[in-house]
Ligand binder design. Structure first.
Ligand code: FAD
Ligand code: SF4
Length: 467
């Protein structure tokens, strides 16, 4: 092995972070980002493979070796331009994508050591552009086609579809039910993982492409989908999966029981953590979060930062099986969140004023693998135990809000409540209507929603050309 190749096998450049004891008491961003020197050092680990696997692992096919090479040449503006050619939200993806199971999982360096830190480098390029106030040159937008497209929902799926359609010369209007743009990026993922200023700036870039955004506009109530179809040449539905699921156990209607959506919306969108806002969020000394995904980790870490003394996460499988990003689990543990694994709630307990006082759980053990390949949890008879709690946050999943189906003749819905759409094009059963992101797949990831928005934009463009 050459010395040069041997060097590449070194560990990845560490990410500077706020120390756990400090960050557990504030809502500032945990990861501080690479310096120029860190970024160049990390970029120079890349082997610049002739036939790179990493690009295939990225749902929006960013030219990964291409932008990494430009970082090595210290051409940071060139690097961000290359990223933005296929990814309209690089500062967001660099922060929240599960890279360990996507692009980085396919990096050849990962076979014998640590893969190139692709996400951190993507974040570096986007951040250095923002800090300098330099906007990468906009792509050449062709002459207006005269075609109008409505995009419903301003989450990653809607924003990506809107950006790509605008780049093709179509007039795009986004309808968003909330007062803020960004979907889960704004109301779900907390400030300490994704500062809202960054979401705002990436949305600005999309506005610069000529996209119009109409907030406080619920499709299915203010206007129906059928009315949009009459007004626009095509419609993209990116309405996400914002309807919380509950467990159906005793005590779920007690005061102090939240869906993670409600809890995080109060904290993020309504800024309950900021003393200058009078948003109420009741948490008490002991908080129990139920679930094992990113939403559960975000809820637990937010509760800790609000001032709860003890925050536990109850999850029915083991740590290996937790669907949250590895980094979030590690960060949560470092900050003091207690993982109560192989446990499942059986009922929530309350006092005579209907306030939560605790949660009863049963121990679980792992049995045979289920259809997803994960071992199924089985209750251990007679092993019930109680955890004291003044607040219980349920983070066990969500499904699409059915309101979009009101006044939408001919739009097929699955038994899970999702919109039925073709995976490769987003084509739905309703002519001229396309869909993608969580509204089609159920709760998934930012980048998969963006990938779906991209594919649908391409299909819409072809449909408009043929129309
Ligand atoms: P959304 O982001 O849900 O956006 C849908 C938008 O449509 C919303 O703004 C909604 O208000 C609007 N809308 C809905 N109905 C209507 C209507 N009728 N009319 C008008 N507007 C409407 N993924 C990751 O990859 N990494 C992470 O670290 C991660 N962490 C997460 C943490 C939390 C707390 C949550 C909740 C999710 C997380 N996810 C993460 C998942 C990821 O955020 C979603 O998969 C992604 O946002 C889905 O994008 P979307 O565009 O399909 O929908
Ligand atoms: Fe670089 Fe890894 Fe991609 Fe190869 S697979 S080009 S080493 S990031």
């Amino acid at each position: 092995m050459s010395e040069k190749t041997g060097d590449k096998k070194k560990s990845r450049t560490p990410m500077p972070e706020q120390p756990p004891a400090v960050r557990a008491g504030n809502f500032d961003e945990v990861a501080l980002g690479y310096s120029k020197e860190d970024a160049i050092a990390e970029a120079s680990r890349c082997l610049n493979c002739k036939d790179p696997n990493c690009v295939e692992g990225c749902p929006v096919n960013v030219d990964i070796p291409g932008f990494i090479k430009l970082i090595c040449e210290e051409d940071f503006e060139g690097a961000i331009e290359k990223i933005k050619a296929t990814n309209a939200l690089p500062a967001i993806c660099g922060r929240v994508c599960p890279q360990e199971s996507q692009c980085e999982a396919l990096c050849v360096l990962g076979k014998k050591g640590e893969p190139v830190a692709i996400g951190r480098l993507e974040r570096f390029c986007a951040d250095s552009e923002r800090e300098k106030g330099v906007s990468a040159p906009d792509p050449d937008i062709p002459e207006p086609t005269g075609r109008k497209v409505a995009v419903v929902g301003s989450g990653p799926a809607g924003l990506t579809a809107a950006a790509d359609l605008a780049k093709l010369g179509h007039k795009v209007t986004i309808f968003e039910s909330l007062h803020k743009t960004g979907g889960v990026l704004s109301y779900g993922i907390p400030e300490f993982r994704l500062p809202k200023e960054i979401v705002k700036q990436e949305v600005e870039y999309i506005k610069q492409l000529g996209v119009e955004i109409k907030p406080n506009y619920i499709i299915g109530r203010i206007k129906t989908l059928d009315e949009l179809c009459e007004e626009f040449d095509a419609v993209f539905l990116g309405t996400g999966a914002g309807l919380p699921r509950f467990m159906g156990i005793e005590g779920e209607n007690l005061n102090g029981v939240y869906s993670a959506n409600e809890f995080l919306t109060r904290v993020n969108l309504m800024k309950a953590y900021d003393p200058n806002y009078d948003t109420v969020v009741r948490y008490g000394k002991h908080v129990v979060v139920v679930g094992g995904g990113n939403v559960a980790m975000d809820s637990a870490r937010s509760a800790l930062r609000l001032g709860a003394e003890e925050v536990s996460v109850v999850y029915r499988r083991g740590e290996e099986e937790m669907p949250a990003r590895r980094e979030e689990i590690e960060h949560a543990k470092e900050e003091g969140v207690i993982l109560r694994l192989l446990a499942n709630p059986t009922r929530i307990l309350g006092d005579d004023k209907f306030n939560v006082t605790g949660i009863e759980c049963i121990k679980m053990e792992l049995g045979e693998p289920d259809a997803t390949g994960r071992r199924s949890p089985v209750p251990v008879e007679g092993s019930e135990f109680i955890i004291d709690a003044e607040a219980v946050i349920i983070a066990i999943g969500t499904s699409p809000n059915p309101i979009i189906f009101k006044g939408s003749e001919g739009l097929d819905q699955s038994r899970r409540g999702t919109v039925v759409a073709e995976e490769e094009t987003g084509t739905t059963s309703k002519c001229g209507v396309y869909a993608g992101g969580d509204v089609v797949t159920g709760a998934a990831t930012v980048i998969s929603a963006m990938g779906a928005g991209k594919k649908a934009a391409k299909a819409i463009d072809e449909y408009l050309k043929e129309k």
